[in-house]
Design a protein around this ligand. Structure first.
Ligand code: UDX
Length: 498
């Protein structure tokens, strides 16, 4: 291990400056990194937006610098992923001038030599442009997998080779098919425009099933795409900006580890000229509980204490995914019908068009599951997954949730919603083989069967055994002399050499 004195300059701690993207799935890894660097001797200064601002009282060891943005940029948390993307692009641009002023003031106060570098989320390209002008070396943190970033790099190729866009996909193919079947049931003479729409939709479906040989094991459906022709521009811009940010940075930090993504990391090291530091899983080096934007309901840990080992299903769809009221009903009755004990996170606003937890669950659900389940608004997820009573995780496969599950040896029921989640689910099922996807539309019968297969089924037990092996491999990576430990030493040496 590098000595703590690496981070000391002229008898004083060197400063590292951080700028997270203000969403839970990005804040957590950045704060875990902050904890790690602080423990290795750095003073930590966190720049942040007012939107989803951290609570300085929970991190008295760090300094916080709010960056002003023009009125109207922050707004409430957006519900649809298209709006999240628009908000990320707008926030980055809006921060630029306020950040320039704040950074200049901080550099003057600390003295330029005492600042090792800035680490910014790769989705904040305007921050990298400011630091380049002020000659502050900047590292990029990507909070997703190495495979996901390889996909960002490949985006132009995916369009060039015709994998994208998905032609004729004007709406969700499953819902087009359902509409068509219902129309045919009600009136056997479906109109020709319905038939045309169905054909287009089926073509889109077969295109979505195409394997992407350059990015094995992805299929087109596992890539980051929007349904609909209308808005591919902002997604392409978002991904292209992240690629530029990484390429102009002094290095790429990834919250992944060798045992999980060796091949993908090798690919990135071939394709990028900047150094790549695979220092994950960050939550194993430093917990992030205190960076939670919602209050974690810890009473669920007592509830889990009373359950037998590996008996309960933990259900959570992360901080952004929204489900339809119909899917909520099918999920609820599927959970109820499975007979399996469960802990379910029903986040306020998780169901489209609703803001209150009480209103969201179907009538009769509580009575049907009394004594067998617990519903909370937000859980201490890392501790829940570590709890011996948890036998499976029904997840949206955000990258943090996926790695947190892997590191505790918990197999997964995958229900990806958007972005990198489909690709993560693909790796869970087809590469690491520690879970499987609840395919197609959510139907209570299929949900019931999937839950039983995971928690009490034979192949669920096999997945749990493989997850246990992966957990051991993760422990080796973070142990003394392990790949992630060595990568952290390299990162710190790199930061102090810039
Ligand atoms: C988002 C995107 O959805 C995801 O695809 C991308 O990889 C990162 O950004 P999010 O939806 O927040 O992430 O999911 P995830 O990456 O899993 O992060 C959620 C974090 O919240 C995890 O660290 C998890 O431990 C925490 N969490 C979740 C809680 O603390 N309590 C909960 O009840 C649920």
């Amino acid at each position: 291990m590098a000595a703590e004195s690496d981070a000391v300059h002229g008898g004083r701690r060197r400063h590292v400056l951080l700028f997270p993207l203000p969403y839970q799935g990005h804040i957590n890894p950045m704060f875990r990194l902050a904890g790690l660097l602080h423990a290795r001797g750095f003073s930590v200064t966190v720049f942040h937006t007012h939107f989803n601002a951290p609570d300085p009282a929970r991190h008295p060891q760090y300094r916080f610098v709010p960056v002003p943005v023009p009125d109207g940029t922050s707004g409430p948390a957006p519900a649809a992923i298209e709006d999240v993307i628009a908000q990320i692009l707008a926030l980055g641009a809006a921060c630029e001038s306020g950040f320039r002023d704040r950074l200049a003031a901080v550099l003057e106060e600390y003295s330029r030599d005492a600042v090792a570098c800035l680490i910014a989320d790769a989705h904040l390209l305007p921050i990298f442009e400011v630091t380049a002008k002020l000659a502050v070396p900047t590292l990029a943190l990507r909070t997703g997998s190495a495979a996901c970033f390889a996909c960002f790099l490949a985006y132009p190729m995916l369009f060039e080779k015709g994998y994208l866009p998905v032609k004729g996909m004007s709406s969700d193919p499953a819902s087009v098919r359902r509409t068509f079947l219902v129309a045919r049931r009600n009136n056997r003479n479906t109109c020709s425009s319905d038939r045309r729409e169905l054909t287009r939709s089926m073509d889109a479906e077969s295109q979505r099933d195409m394997p992407v040989s350059e990015l094995t094991p992805y299929r087109v459906r596992d890539l980051m795409v929007f349904l609909g022709d209308d808005d591919r521009g902002s997604l392409r811009e978002l991904l292209a900006r992240a690629v530029t940010a990484v390429k102009v940075s002094s290095g790429l930090i990834l919250n992944t580890f060798d045992a999980l993504e060796r091949r993908e990391l090798e690919g990135l090291r071939r394709d990028l000229t900047v150094p790549v530091f695979d220092i994950g899983p960050l939550h194993k080096f430093s917990p992030a509980g205190d960076s939670s934007l919602l209050r974690q309901d810890r009473s669920c840990l007592d509830w889990l204490d009373a359950r037998p080992p590996a008996s309960a299903l933990y259900v959570s769809f992360g901080s952004l995914a929204c489900m339809s009221p119909r899917d909520l009903v099918e999920t609820a009755w599927g959970i109820a019908g499975s007979g399996v004990p469960f802990l379910w996170v029903v986040r306020p606003g998780m169901v489209r068009g609703s803001a209150h937890q009480e209103q969201e669950l179907p009538e009769g659900f509580e009575a049907a599951t009394r004594g067998r389940g617990m519903v909370v608004a937000w859980a201490p997820q890392e501790e829940v997954l570590r709890h011996r009573a948890v036998g499976g995780f029904w997840t949206h496969n955000g990258w943090n949730s996926t790695t947190e599950s892997v590191c505790e040896g918990v197999p997964m029921l995958c229900c990806p919603y958007f972005g990198d989640q489909m690709g993560n689910a693909r790796y869970v099922e087809h590469v690491w083989r520690v879970g499987f996807e609840v395919g197609g539309e959510l139907e209570r019968g299929a949900v019931e069967a999937a839950i039983r297969r995971l928690i009490t089924g034979k192949d669920g037990a096999e997945m749990r055994a493989r997850a246990g092996e992966l957990k051991k491999a993760a422990e080796e990576c973070i142990g003394k002399g392990g790949s992630s430990c060595l990568a952290i030493d390299k990162l710190i040496a790199h930061m102090t050499s810039l």
